[in-house]
Each structure stands twice: as C-alpha cells, then as structure tokens.
Design a protein. Sequence first.
Length: 64
Amino acid sequence: MNEMREVRLQLADLVREQGVLRAGVAGSAALKAEVHSLGRQVLQERAKVQALSQELENPLNVHR
C-alpha cells in the first residue's frame, strides 16, 4: 500500500512538472518570435542610420 501511494505521488509530481514544462515551451515560442521581430527592427534602424550618415557626408540639396 505504501509503495502504491509513493508511485501515485511520483506520478502526480511528474504530471505537475509536465504542465510547468509545457507552459515554459509555449512562453519560449512567443519570446523567439519577439526576438525575431526585434532583430528585424534593429536591421531597419541600422539601414536608416546608414542612409542618414551618408546624406550628412554627401548632401543632395546643398542650398538648404
């Protein structure tokens, strides 16, 4: 009887741990998507900075 109780407790612990791990996996997928999006935004901002730097070095409208 004690052995069955211990096995049931272990099973309950494993089921609880599985739930925690599944929640963690779902959260990591969202974080991965956010990292990808932020990386894309960084690349866009770098391109803007480069374009503005080039315009400062070689202005197109010199009469401004």
